[in-house]
Design a protein around this ligand. Structure first.
Ligand code: NAP
Ligand code: MG
Length: 462
């Protein structure tokens, strides 16, 4: 595992201001695999200045040329896809196959989509006697989490570059090596110096300095609701644009006419994938009372089948947090039908795939984001009851509906207070807007909607 001992600033790897380091740990065996700089507020300031200085040139670069640089970035990621997958596996702990098919492949698709959008997006439009210009917002401060370490970086950096913005990235402390690999790909793609800058570091130090920096025009954050709320408040006080992609507690609604076995199996796979560390995971499965016990048995069997095929959680703190929720579920009276709080292995931050039945909508395990391989199965009486339960949380990021026919599922999905719904197992679409209703966030990522976050309009009356 290669690690840089500097930060990527103004087109080169440079020494950080201080001596502080982050130790990167492999969560599968708890060994330290690398050390990277823990950047200071001064490092952030230097990086923001570099991004500011690079802004006029990059903003004035024709979209076709920005598209060419994004295509080069995509190619650099493609050339490094094996290294990316191995790095994500080493620092996040995800099984190598998942790292290849999701953690490396999805960001490549997203980078490709923005190479195309940069070339085709109308950055000017006519409205009556006006010409409306879609101009870059300016310097972007991007703060990303560890659960999809490269995807979350690319979902911010690629549209920002397409829009003509310059960027300072503060990645999660748990997964800085993937971020360093990304910076290498940027370097290879020949972007002008200062357009992209990377400061590895801790949230309350480097992250906070970036979110508060007056030289940042837009803060784009993905992570916990607690930190997101603070970043939103800081941005509000500074009258600064902000995009927040926060947590979720999404519902998987299985209507009576659905193919129950398929709906349950896909639902369990959705929750267990990435060890449950997915903001859009369908962690509440809603099943009609008539087929409830059948669904619970199927879910328990599907979870047991995962056994030790899932990876560890990212760190010891997350494991303890998830174990705490499992204990709470038991204490609240839910029925444990698979897994449990006991660690399945001596080494590594593993948690067994866990399923709770007899979960009621007000229990903590049905309301709060657990961020681990834990599924709650809830019974409902009729469609109105299912809708009430599905919409009955502070979150609204994603969801799923299964029904005998598509029209019935779509009709239900229209009434859900959530930003994305997969109908009868619909596939992930990297061009579809992704983001939350309610406390799941502000703004959208991916596709043309994601690009719009990084643009502001100017109207010229002619
Ligand atoms: P987090 O603390 O919100 O971390 C997200 C990012 O924000 C990281 O880069 C983090 O740095 C940074 N950060 C932390 N405190 C900050 C501050 N005061 N100012 C600016 N930036 C700050 O999330 P976490 O601790 O990694 O995970 C906790 C919970 O968040 C999870 O259990 C889950 O519920 C939720 N989460 C949601 C998503 C999602 O995709 N929606 C992703 C990850 C986590 P550090 O890495 O140094 O902390
Ligand atoms: Mg944190």
């Amino acid at each position: 595992m290669k690690a840089h001992d500097g930060i990527y600033l103004d087109g080169a790897w440079r020494p950080a201001d201080g001596q502080d380091v982050i130790e990167v740990v492999n969560p599968a065996d708890e060994q330290v695999i690398a050390r990277v700089p823990a950047g200071s507020a001064l490092d952030v300031d230097t990086a923001v200045r570099a991004a500011r200085a690079a802004l006029p040139g990059w903003a004035a670069t024709p979209p076709a040329e920005r598209s060419a640089r994004l295509a080069a970035l995509r190619d650099a990621l493609v050339a490094r896809k094996d290294e990316i997958a191995e790095t994500v596996t080493a620092e996040l702990g995800s099984p190598l196959k998942l790292s290849q098919t999701v953690h490396a492949a999805v960001p490549i698709a997203v980078a490709a989509s923005y190479a195309e959008l940069a070339a085709t997006h109308p950055f000017e439009e006519k409205v009556g006697n006006s010409t409306v210009l879609h101009e870059p917002v300016g310097v972007v401060g991007a703060i990303t989490p560890w659960n999809y370490p490269l995807h979350q970086i690319v979902a911010k950096v690629a549209p920002a570059l397409a829009a003509g913005c310059t960027i300072v990235l503060k990645p999660a402390e748990d997964t800085p090596l993937t971020a360093q690999l990304f910076a290498e790909a940027v370097h290879q793609a020949d972007l002008p110096a200062g357009v992209f800058n990377l400061v590895t570091g801790l949230g309350p130090v480097a992250g906070q300095a970036l979110a508060e920096h007056p030289g940042v025009d837009l803060v784009s954050f993905t992570g916990s609701t607690a930190v997101g709320r603070r970043i939103g408040a800081t941005a509000g006080a500074a009258v600064k644009k902000v995009a927040l992609e926060l947590g979720g507690k999404s519902a998987n609604v299985i209507l009576p006419g659905a193919d129950l076995e398929r709906a349950v199996n896909v639902g369990v796979a959705n929750v267990m994938s990435n060890s449950g560390q997915t903001c859009s995971a369908w962690t509440r499965m809603l099943v009609h009372r008539d087929r409830y016990e059948e669904a619970v048995a199927l879910a328990a069997a599907a979870a047991a089948k995962y056994g030790d095929r899932i990876g560890p959680l990212v760190n010891a703190g997350q494991r303890e947090r998830v174990r705490g929720y499992i204990a709470k579920g038991v204490a609240e009276g839910a029925r444990l039908v698979a897994g449990g709080a006991e660690p399945p292995r001596e080494r590594g931050y593993y948690v067994s795939p866990t399923v709770f039945a007899d979960v009621t909508p007000e229990m903590a395990i049905a309301q709060e984001e657990i961020f681990g391989p834990v599924l709650s199965v809830l019974p409902y009486d009729d469609e109105e009851d299912a809708l009430r339960i599905a919409n009955g949380t502070d979150y609204g990021l994603a969801g799923a509906v299964w029904a005998g026919d598509e029209a019935e599922a779509v009709a239900f999905a229209r009434r859900m207070e959530t930003g994305q719904v997969d109908i009868n197992g619909g596939r992930f679409n990297p061009l579809a807007p992704f983001g939350g209703y309610k406390q799941s966030g502000v703004g959208r990522e991916l596709g043309v909607h994601g690009l719009s976050e990084y643009l502001q309009t100017k109207s010229l009356q002619l």
